[in-house]
Ligand binder design. Structure first.
Ligand code: URA
Length: 251
């Protein structure tokens, strides 16, 4: 493959940006296993085999990845969109060199916090959102009013939220109250309808006052990832996610 494509795939910016990086002498290439960091190269169109050569940027070795998967702890107060005329968006928390290539998977409301995945892989996003795959999402909802056992059973069996079809079977359990004494509901859904958690809470006579997504498929919101912080998935998380989407080798 071309060296400039390799660098774009690895998240070093647009074609124009990586060509500039190469022109400035910031990219070195050497045979795998040779002493590092190799010779600075000047041709962005140089053909390389990522299996056979070692590419370094400013002396640091690069591991080839075709895709970029970012995990953001979405803070409240920003909309889940690539751009918006009036509102701040989640993109302000994404490293600038990655912002042109990643897209959020699904949507969290402006006032919802928590795990948001931003990959540059349309096929993966499509599969994770497909109703057919039923990828689980776990939410923590702080409520205005406690729920009875009967209300929890209704949430689990499916409730009418006003769009014709009852919700799919879900898992609903109460946890300890929050610091302000508000009841906390843990709700695991296998679908992603508009304002679904809020509408489900309303359907059983309560109201969501605070909402956070804790898990999506095999990915959990890392405890050490502060609101507004964003990081790449680890290779293990990436494998688990691709597997959940049915995208492992040979699938
Ligand atoms: N359900 C909601 O009501 N809001 C969200 O942001 C996500 C799920």
């Amino acid at each position: 493959m071309r060296l400039d494509k390799f660098l774009c795939d690895c998240g070093f910016g647009t074609r124009k940006e990586v060509r500039e990086l190469i022109k400035k002498g910031g990219v070195q290439v050497c045979g795998a296993g040779e002493g590092q960091p190799g010779k600075a190269v000047s041709d962005p169109g140089m053909q390389i085999d990522p299996e056979k050569v070692q590419v370094s940027v400013n002396g640091e070795r690069i591991r080839y990845r075709e895709h970029l998967y970012l995990l953001l702890h979405k803070p409240a107060g920003v909309v889940t969109a690539s751009s918006d005329k009036r509102e701040r968006t989640v993109m302000e928390f994404v490293p600038p060199e990655a912002a042109h290539r990643v897209q959020p998977v699904g949507r969290l409301d402006k006032d919802t916090e928590g795990l948001l995945l931003l990959p540059d892989d349309g096929e993966l996003s499509h599969r994770l959102l497909s109703p057919k795959r039923h990828v689980e999402k776990l939410y923590e909802a702080h409520l205005s009013k406690d729920l009875t056992r009967e209300a929890l059973e209704r949430l689990e069996n499916g409730v009418d939220i006003g769009d014709g079809e009852p919700t799919l079977p879900a898992k609903a359990e109460m946890g300890p109250a929050d610091a302000q004494g508000r009841p906390v509901l843990y709700l695991t859904l296998h679908e992603g309808r508009f304002h679904q958690v809020k509408r489900m809470a309303e359907a059983v006579g309560s109201e969501v006052l605070y909402l956070k997504r804790l898990r999506m498929g095999p990915l959990s919101l890392p405890e050490d990832l502060a609101p507004g912080a964003c990081r790449e998935l680890t290779p293990e998380e990436e494998d688990a996610l691709r597997s959940a989407a049915g995208l492992r080798e040979g699938e």
